[in-house]
Ligand binder design. Structure first.
Ligand SMILES: [Zn+2]
Ligand SMILES: [Zn+2]
Length: 113
């Protein structure tokens, strides 16, 4: 380690730290926002919105009914009865009762004042 001054070593250390910080920044950001929420007494899952979006309808409250049931048979029925509806209909999301969101399970477990 001859020829390396203390400041050179320090500079190298800082450079390495900066590099690590840059790489880890997105992860750290997520970590800090989560810990920040909990330190503020906010729900980690929903950020105190007390609701989480429905994954089935992606928060829209309706889903496209293009499942395996809606095949040629249904198309023929529409043709027979002269139905002008498109084959892909939007139906109410049965998972969230068309609300598009659920009560946050984390918040539901906490008795709030
Ligand atoms: Zn839904
Ligand atoms: Zn919550």
């Amino acid at each position: 380690m001859e020829g390396l001054t203390a400041s050179e070593i320090a500079g190298f250390g800082v450079g390495t730290l900066l590099l690590c910080a840059t790489i880890a920044a997105p992860k750290l950001d997520a970590f800090f926002s989560a810990s920040q929420r909990s330190s503020l007494g906010m729900c980690k899952r929903c950020g105190d919105l007390r609701m989480v979006p429905c994954m089935k309808c992606k928060g829209t409250g309706s889903v496209k009914s293009n499942g395996p049931i809606d095949l040629s048979v249904m198309d023929n029925l529409y043709l027979v009865f002269g139905g002008a509806e498109s084959k892909v209909k939007s139906i109410r999301c049965s998972k969230c009762q068309a609300k598009g969101h659920f009560r946050c399970p984390d918040c539901a477990n906490i008795s709030r004042v």
